[in-house]
Design a binder for this molecule. Structure first.
Ligand code: ZN
Length: 323
């Protein structure tokens, strides 16, 4: 009764996950999903990459009430080249802004507040912006983590391309930074059917691309714990949907910083009351504009005002704590 092909693609679309299973000899790609009994659909979903045990700890270091980790996806030109297939001057200039304007403001703000952060960086961002890389390497409190080769989508790879690309990109990343990264975030914030196995084989400690919880959890595949810790993210807890005025081929509204502060502060306050984790994913080309850096300053100041304390940590520090 198990059916593959079109059903796999449909389930992947519906669930936001990629499902790996072998079609049976009787596979019928024309069978609509709604004609399948619940057990068949449940069986197929259970074979996907999914969420296992919660890894929310009973306590954070030094008795802190909440753990906060700021992510910066240092996408630069790689985002437009690799993900959106745009290479004209206007798009490239938007990538340049992140390294040229956003990053100095971000690093200065983090220095001022004396807090660490994690920078998910495509290899090509480091190649294109060696000065920015040096500014990061001069601040060893920050973590550099893996974020694709040239911000390609994992769903575009064919055959062994994904494994070959990431093996080579990881070697180049390690050469450029002098340290092998332990954190992985897919450029597409998604995993292909091969990605998790590659992440395991390349020795990563954690992934931060998925969204099945508020707090850290163990990724399972085929119902078995993978050993890879997930530090989940969320579209509401990133800057792009609120502030990216024109993406590609579509417009999105730009929000006032006061409105976004209210949303993020409310999310943080609830994480604080719950003793959980708060991850905010930011992009230098988006959060780096003047009023938005001031927004981030206000948010960090708000976090620091909480009694009992906040543990500001890198993603790696949180993953090692909850492991
Ligand atoms: Zn990115």
């Amino acid at each position: 009764m198990c059916r593959g092909g079109r059903l796999t693609a449909l389930l992947a679309c519906l669930c936001g996950v990629h499902i790996v299973f072998a079609p049976s000899a009787n596979a019928n790609d024309d069978q609509p999903l709604w004609k399948l009994p619940p057990e068949v659909i449940r069986d197929q979903v259970s074979r996907s990459v999914s969420a296992g045990a919660s890894l929310k700890p009973s306590a954070w270091p030094n008795g802190a009430k909440v753990a906060v980790s700021l992510s910066f996806d240092l996408d630069t030109e790689a985002l437009w080249l690799g993900f959106y297939k745009q290479s004209s001057a206007s798009y490239i200039s938007r990538g340049v802004y992140g390294a040229r304007v956003g990053m100095p403001r971000i690093l200065s703000l983090l220095d001022e507040h004396k807090i660490p952060a994690t920078f998910f960086t495509p290899v090509m961002s480091m190649v294109l912006h060696p000065d920015t890389l040096q500014q990061l390497l001069a601040r060893p409190q920050h973590e550099l983590a893996f974020h694709s080769y040239v911000h390609e989508s994992v769903n575009e790879f064919k055959g062994d391309e994904e494994r070959e690309t990431y093996e080579a990109a990881l070697a180049k990343f390690t050469e450029l930074t002098g340290k092998r990264p332990v954190g992985f975030r897919s450029g597409a914030w998604d995993l292909s059917p091969q990605t998790l196995g590659i992440v395991q084989d390349l020795g990563f400690l954690y992934d931060s691309s998925l969204m099945a919880d508020d707090d850290p959890y163990m990724i399972v595949a085929d119902g078995v714990a993978s050993g890879i810790i997930e530090l989940p993210i969320e579209w509401m807890l990133t800057d792009t949907p609120f502030f990216q005025g024109q993406w590609v081929n579509r417009l999105s509204p730009v929000k006032a910083t006061a409105e976004v502060f209210a949303i993020w502060a409310e999310e943080f306050d609830a994480a604080y009351r719950d003793g959980g984790m708060f991850i905010l994913v930011l992009h230098p080309q988006v959060i780096g504009r003047r009023p938005r850096i001031e927004l981030l300053d206000r948010l960090i100041t708000h976090m620091k005002s909480k009694p009992g304390g906040v543990w500001f940590a890198t993603h790696e520090q949180i993953a090692r704590h909850v492991k």
